[in-house]
Design a protein around this ligand. Structure first.
Ligand SMILES: NC(=O)c1ccc[n+]([C@@H]2O[C@H](COP(=O)([O-])OP(=O)(O)OC[C@H]3O[C@@H](n4cnc5c(N)ncnc54)[C@H](O)[C@@H]3O)[C@@H](O)[C@H]2O)c1
Length: 355
């Protein structure tokens, strides 16, 4: 097989860094492109720093000249596009960056990829892939029953999911219109090491560790389908290698949990690993005002990925959350500085009368 040369956009983020560690660990040539927003950290790439098969470029996907230059000089055989604004609460407080990065940025990158791809020879053109990485949130919300399939109509609820939906449509259109070999993946909620402390699981672990309140939105009944981030990284590598051009692959671990149960599980893990003399950490749970437009339930049917490409999640929620809690206990060097710089203020509430 010809050498794989992968560009990973957003490679200093949570999922991107897991993917970069995975690919570099396999000996592939990787170029990480990342603007290093508040969500991007070079420390998440410490494990690959200094490796001869990894390079890093700090650049913004909205910068057409920078994208053209990076692609032309690295000459990738595939682009795995993860760079995005990714936090729903932030998108409610201020949607502009989400439209700009997720929609315009994806457009800019697609155009740069198309220009490069059109200049390749026939065999290289055929082998090239552009993997557009997206979320199950584009499908909207489920009731108590049913699963999202690749044919579920798009029905996004938040500025974040609407901007991701728009970018998915652009990626698919670039395949149909220009023939760019695009594959799309839509994944459920991820968790694991190097997750920025504003998201539910790392926020809960760190607040619980420090004896602070554990905010749970609404009554905590919203259901998410949790996937360990390293399982997602393996899925992305596989989809980019073997996925059908023009197809979408849903990625999910078949691990549905109510938010309140996730928080309780983390409390129990921490209590077992490091008992709190003041009592079980569940006492710190506080139910707070719900997120506007909060989707009730997400759940993924990953049959296509499992049956066509043979992927299976290796972690279930219990094994994955135990690993994750252990990782945060052992890696304060990573989260300590982020936690000190990030004030944890509640975002994403719409003021009364504003809706
Ligand atoms: N986190 C999840 O549960 C989840 C689930 C499914 C899909 N996704 C998708 O996976 C991708 C990665 O998500 P994540 O959780 O790792 O996000 P993240 O916020 O942790 O990381 C995003 C990265 O993109 C970079 N970035 C942001 N704007 C940029 C720009 N304009 N130019 C270049 N780089 C920029 C950031 O610096 C950061 O390193 C996103 O596209 C997201 O929509 C996430």
């Amino acid at each position: 097989m010809a050498e794989l040369r992968s560009i990973v956009t957003g490679g200093a983020g949570f999922i991107g860094s897991a993917l970069v560690r995975h690919l570099v660990g396999k000996g592939e040539e990787v170029l990480t492109i990342d603007a290093l927003t508040y969500a991007g950290n070079r420390t998440s790439l410490k494990a690959v720093e200094g490796k001869a098969n990894h390079r890093f470029v700090q650049a913004d996907i909205r910068d057409a000249a920078a994208m053209h230059a990076a692609i032309a000089s690295f000459r990738p055989t595939r682009i795995l596009h993860l760079a995005a604004e990714s936090h729903v609460d932030r998108s409610i407080t201020g949607a502009a960056d989400f439209i700009s990065t997720n929609v315009v940025g994806t457009f800019t990158l697609l155009e740069a990829a198309r220009g490069y791809w059109q200049g390749l020879g026939a065999a290289e053109q055929q082998a090239f892939r552009f993997l557009h990485v997206s979320t199950d949130e584009v499908y909207g919300s489920l009731g108590a029953e049913g699963l999202f399939t690749e044919d579920t109509p798009y029905d996004p609820s938040s500025p974040y999911s609407a901007s991701k939906a728009a970018s998915d449509h652009l990626a698919k259109a670039w395949q149909r219109t220009y023939g760019l070999p695009v594959v799309v993946s839509n994944c459920s909620n991820n968790y694991g090491p190097y997750h920025f402390p504003e998201k539910l699981i790392p926020l809960t672990i760190l607040n619980a560790l420090q004896g602070r309140e554990l905010p749970v939105y609404g009554a905590g009944q919203n259901v998410r389908d949790w996937l360990y981030v390293e399982d997602h990284a393996r899925a992305l590598d596989l989809i980019a290698r073997q996925g059908r051009i023009g197809a979408t692959y849903n990625v999910g671990g078949r691990n549905e949990r109510r938010n309140v149960d996730v928080v309780r599980r983390i409390c129990a893990e921490l209590d077992a690993a490091l008992p709190d003399l003041a009592g079980p950490r569940e006492r710190l749970i506080r139910f707070v005002a719900d997120r506007p437009g909060h989707d009730a339930r997400y759940a993924i049917d990953a049959t296509r990925l499992e049956s066509e490409l043979g992927w299976r999640a290796q972690e279930d929620f219990d094994s994955g959350i135990a690993k994750t809690v252990r990782w945060y206990l052992d890696n304060e060097w990573w989260w300590g500085p982020l936690r000190a710089a990030y004030d944890g203020a509640r975002l994403g509430l719409v003021q009364a009368g504003a809706r």
